[in-house]
Design a protein around this ligand. Structure first.
Ligand SMILES: [Zn+2]
Length: 159
């Protein structure tokens, strides 16, 4: 089934942009297969949901960027302390990597997958460009939760 990842609606026959299958999506898929809850849906973002999705994607990218910078900083700090103190403290090394790893994992909870290029020929007249600005209310839903929600009855939301 072709499903919109934002509103969970079935998008077959409607205009929608496919999402890019990245490592996180593949990981989620693998985990779901392992748990036996995979639905093997093809994931899309429907026209109506694109502004909202782009907003989420941008905020995810920003979070990811800050997380990488911060994690890099923690590791640099670790190397700096090793160099200046001249000794290897196993606990300091372990905790630095735990902190860095944790920081890098946090953005996953805001995860929004990339979509194939908007404005491609099949979507040359973007209906969303004229629509009202997206309200700034990030939905605090993890990707796992979001992808697993069954095609809920709130699907018939149209403009
Ligand atoms: Zn949608």
């Amino acid at each position: 089934m072709k499903v919109c990842i934002t509103c969970q609606a079935d998008v077959s026959g409607k205009r929608a942009v496919p999402i890019r299958e990245d490592r996180i999506i593949k990981t989620i898929r693998a985990v779901k297969r392992a748990l036996g809850v995979a639905q093997n849906n093809e994931l899309f973002v429907c026209d109506t949901c694109i502004p909202k999705h782009m907003e989420r994607r941008r905020s995810f990218e920003k979070t990811m960027l800050f997380a990488s910078i911060f994690a890099g900083f923690v590791i640099l700090l670790l190397f700096y302390s090793i160099v200046t103190s001249g000794r290897l403290d196993a606990w300091a090394i372990a905790s630095a990597f735990v902190v860095a790893g944790f920081v890098l994992l946090l953005p996953i909870f805001r995860y929004a997958p990339a979509i194939e290029q908007v404005g491609a020929p099949q979507t040359s007249m973007p209906a969303w460009s004229a629509s009202a600005p997206v309200p700034k209310k990030p939905e605090e839903k993890g990707p796992e939760q979001e992808l697993s929600t069954k095609g809920a009855p709130k699907a018939k939301r149209r403009r």
